[in-house]
Design a binder for this molecule. Structure first.
Ligand code: ZN
Length: 288
């Protein structure tokens, strides 16, 4: 009988009882690796030809003279799964970030009053690069860990993972505060010798709304006669108070309060993830 680890043997035995699958065939199908390390019992009873093989790597497809461990008469040697060392990596790339320079806070406010509620994309308003860079900076490593974990738990080679969360991007683009960024990964993986090769597409989306110009703090640097905030918020109030106190109002340039319309800020991007990681999470630097 070929010696394998107990777990594998137990499974093989159960499948023999259930389905009559020969144990050896069953174990062959369940081998975790294409190669193994020859292990002897390390005592005086090991035949010298096998003692020479201690620690050597063999292929399951190419047995040495006399067969795999345990196959030769009275052989007590065992096959230890062979998991080679690799340098792990996961590369994450996002395409189509654009290079346009970004809207200022005044542009955001302007669009609130003049855009009629028309939605804008981050690419159009030139903030795509900054926001995605900030997202990758905050979330990139965790996302890699989650994709790695999805690849480990997959059975058929198809890996998919969905995510979304809220991020405060105020420090990046002031007019974009708490924003939702989500997406999905979908790809293929191949596991061999304890190493997973992984490649697939990453789709990202962002959803936000510009709803309140007072939130953006433009009044601090844009609060002066002629500015959009002054015209829309301060002047009507000023004129109203002047009216109440009997002073003449601001004259022909006086305007009523213009209502702004909230608008959506959205974005979609696609990219890719590609890499090579250990199937055993305890060995890996990419974990959840
Ligand atoms: Zn032996």
């Amino acid at each position: 009988m070929m010696f394998v680890d107990q777990q594998l043997y137990k499974k093989a035995f159960e499948s023999y009882l259930r389905e009559g699958t020969p144990i050896e065939l069953s174990i062959k199908q369940a081998r975790p690796t294409t190669h193994y390390i020859w292990r002897t019992r390390n005592d005086g009873k090991v035949r010298s030809s096998h003692a020479d093989r201690e620690g050597q790597v063999f292929s399951w497809d190419d047995p040495p003279v006399g067969g795999h461990p345990g196959e030769d008469y009275n052989c007590r040697c065992t096959a230890e799964p062979y998991y080679p060392e690799v340098s792990e990596y996961l590369h994450l790339t996002i395409d189509g970030l654009g290079t346009k320079s970004g809207w200022s806070n005044t542009d955001f406010v302007n669009h609130y009053f003049n855009g009629g509620g028309r939605g804008v994309t981050l690419r159009q308003i030139g903030h795509s690069q900054k926001i995605i860079a900030a997202f990758i900076d905050r979330r990139g490593e965790a996302l890699k860990g989650q994709i790695a974990s999805a690849a480990r738990s997959t059975r058929v080679g198809l890996v998919s993972y969905r995510f979304d969360n809220t991020y405060n991007m105020t420090g990046i683009v002031f007019s974009i505060g708490d924003t939702t960024i989500g997406g999905s990964f979908s790809g293929q993986s191949v596991t061999q010798n304890g190493i997973i090769d992984l490649a697939g597409n990453l789709d990202l989306y962002l959803e936000d709304e510009f709803a309140d110009p007072l939130d953006v703090g433009v009044e601090v640097d844009d609060y002066r006669p002629g500015s959009i905030l002054y015209d829309n918020i301060h002047r009507p109030l000023n004129d109203y108070l002047r009216g109440r106190t009997g002073l003449p109002t601001g004259g022909p340039q006086r305007r009523g309060v213009r209502d702004g319309t909230p608008y959506d800020i959205t974005g979609t991007w696609s990219g890719s993830v590609e890499g090579r990681i250990y199937a055993d999470a305890t060995r890996s630097k990419y974990t959840e």
